[in-house]
Design a protein around this ligand. Sequence first.
Ligand code: OAD
Length: 314
Amino acid sequence: MASTDITSFAEYLKGSRRIMALLGAGLSASSGLPTFRGAGGLWRSYDATELATPEAFEANPDLVWQFYSYRRHMALKAQPNRAHYALAELARRNKDFVTLSQNVDGLSQRANHPLDQLHLLHGNLFTVKCTSFYCNYSRANDFTDPIVPALAIPKNFPEPRPSSDDKTGEEASKSLDDAMKAGGERELDISDERVPLAPLSRDVLPQCPECKEGLLRPGVVWFGESLPTHTLDLVDEWMLEDRIDLMLVIGTSSRVYPAAGYVEKARSRGARVAVVNMDPVSMGSVRLTSSDWYFEGDAGVLVPEILRSVIGDI
Ligand code: OAD
C-alpha cells in the first residue's frame, strides 16, 4: 500500500538528487484541455486515438487536420497551470531533474520549463513536417492559428432578422451589429458532432513549401510510429549515468508504451515512485509498493504542494 503522506514525501524529495518525471494529459486538465481516456476523450464521434494514426491521415487528411487544428487552437487559448510552473521551477533548481512529457500542448514550454531538461516523447502540436517520403521539411514553433484559412474554427453568426419591407439588408446588418456588441459572434465547438464540418479539398490543407508536393502534417507521434530516437537516446544515457532517487508520475494513465515503461525502468535504477492522479483506478501498469507515494487529486493543486519543500510557494 503506497503512502499518502506529504510530509514523508517532502523529506525524501529534499534528499533526492536524480529525479525523473513522466507527465501525461492529466497535467493539462486543470488548464482546461481534455485528456485522451477520460471524459472528453471523444472528439466528435471519434475516439481521439482513432484519428492519431498515419492511416487516418492518409484516408482523411481534412478530418485529421481539423482535429489537430482544433487542438492547436485550444492549446494556444489555454494557460499553463501551477503544476507546469512548479515543475519548471524544480528543473531550474535541480539540473539533475529530467522530465519526459507525453503532452504535445506546449504548456510546459510556455511555463518556461528549461528545454534541455524537457524531453518530448510524443512530439509537439506546433511542429509541422512534410508527409512526402522524399522530403525532410519540418518547421518548429509554428503558432499560426489557424495554420491555413480553411482550418479556421467556424463562427456562429446570428440569423438575419426577417423583414417584410425594403429595409431587409439594413435590419439584418443592424441585428448582426447588435449581436456582435453583445458578444453574439462566437466560435463553434467543433468537437461537438452536431456542428457540421464541411469536407475540405486537399489543396486548401497545409502544403509543404519546400517540395511543393506533400501535405504538411502535425509533428506528433502517431500510433504505430516510433518515438524520436535522439530523445530516447538522451534519456537512456541519463538513466545509465547513476542511480535514480525519485520517479514522479503525473496525470498519466500509464497505458501507452514505451512511455509508461519508464516508471519500472526508473524503479530498477533505484527510484521510489510518487504518483499524482485524479483517479486511483486509472494508473495502467504502475504497481505501487509500500515505499511509494500516491497523491489523489488535481495535479494543478497537488504538484505545487508536494514540491513546496524544495521550490517554495508558486
Ligand atoms: P490519458 O487520457 O490516457 O490519461 C490521463 C490521466 O490523467 C488519467 O489517468 C486521469 O485519471 C488523469 N487525470 C485527469 N485529470 C487529472 C487532473 N486534473 N489531475 C491529475 N490527473 C488527472 O492521457 P495520457 O496518459 O497522457 O499519445 O495518454 C498517453 C498518450 O496516449 C498520449 O500522449 C497520447 C494518447 O493517445 C499519442 O497521441 C501518441
